[in-house]
Design a protein around this ligand. Sequence first.
Ligand SMILES: Cc1cc2nc3c(=O)[nH]c(=O)nc-3n(C[C@H](O)[C@H](O)[C@H](O)COP(=O)(O)OP(=O)(O)OC[C@H]3O[C@@H](n4cnc5c(N)ncnc54)[C@H](O)[C@@H]3O)c2cc1C
Length: 401
Amino acid sequence: MAEHYDVVIVGGGMVGLTLACALGETALKVAVLEAHPMERSWPEASIGLRVSAITHATRKVFERIDAWRGMVERRVTSYGEMHVWDASGDGEIHFDGAEAGAPSLGYIVENRVVQLALMERVEQLANIDLLCPAHWQQWSDDGEALLLTLDDGRQLHTQLLVGADGVQSQVRERAGIETKGWGYDQHAVMAIVKTEKSHQHTCWQRFLPNGPLAFLPMHEHYSCVVWSTTPEQAQILMGDSEQIFADKLADAFDHTLGAIVEVCERGSFPLRMQHTVDYVKERIALVGDAAHAIHPLAGQGVNLGILDAAALAETILSAYDARRDIGGLATLRRYERWRKGQNVAMMLSMDGFKRLFGSDVSALKVARNLGLNATNSFTPLKRIFMEYAMGERGDLPKTAL
Ligand SMILES: Cc1cc2nc3c(=O)[nH]c(=O)nc-3n(C[C@H](O)[C@H](O)[C@H](O)COP(=O)(O)OP(=O)(O)OC[C@H]3O[C@@H](n4cnc5c(N)ncnc54)[C@H](O)[C@@H]3O)c2cc1C
């Protein structure tokens, strides 16, 4: 006997769980399928390697769904300033939250903290079932609903299936939704490090010839490093001893925060830009990295995904209130129209930045340095950049306002 749901979400990552919470305390019955067991605890002194810079818009969504408290109680670091400069010139730009009248520009949070706080919230919501670990095997479509069969033989009947299953989304593949994109021929080497000098609650980013090197501030003197570089250099950096890695990192960062006194964790991730041709099909919707993957240089990836989740929830709930089919293409196209334009604009500007700063052409190097300095001294334009970085521009869902 199949269990009946209105919405089944495949993927209990940050985006899938946010969508589930945003559909909490409503008349809809929702299931979340997550393939991997959730990490519920870790040694207090450990710091997760995967962290995200999250915007004010994302924080507001987390507050509305009552998950922010669970993150703050664990560990959230706010940052008030951002400093970006080009290693091959004198161009630099400096953003200060105080200029926008904001106490901070954004927050740095470990992904595992975000996921656990969201999961705890999901577990409090009576209309949401978290099936974990769970894998789907196949689905069939009777025209009015999908019948999803899980590995253990359980069957779920649903009006709408949401793929929140990340960049390699199997929901997207099974639905036959095409993606377009390209590899950057870059890897991001991530590391948690302790620096000699304080990070001053500032996000630092230095553009090097092989890619940007960012230091994201965490508690005390700890930072999360995101070093985008060639796959060859990434492999070498991953194989270096802790001391050699620390020395190379301090050199590449021009000793801005002094010596690297401790390297706790290291990992390497290939970088891609990827976008799906469609976000929706009849009874199917994609959110987060399943729909789009973006270069991490401006730390916007999960923020776009959280806004997808909030926009999709708003679209579903308004269709439900108006007694329209929540999985019908007409409903889902509203969500797609809403989010696609916003995401494409952000993806193209990040891609443009990446190419501009990756270029070795002398004229472009001069132009980008002039551009950085000009933007730095032109307050209205700087303010627009700052509002984008804080997630406060664009057509935002109600929960992000
Ligand atoms: C190096 C790097 C640095 C980054 N830094 C930032 C940053 O600072 N700020 C920012 O906003 N973004 C950042 N991002 C991007 C951000 O990490 C992603 O956008 C975000 O993780 C996407 O979340 P998601 O929930 O869509 O997908 P995922 O995090 O990939 O989650 C997908 C979930 O689905 C589950 N799943 C997969 N397949 C199945 C299946 N068949 N059945 C059930 N479950 C399944 C997975 O186990 C997982 O839990 C960075 C990315 C990289 C690579």
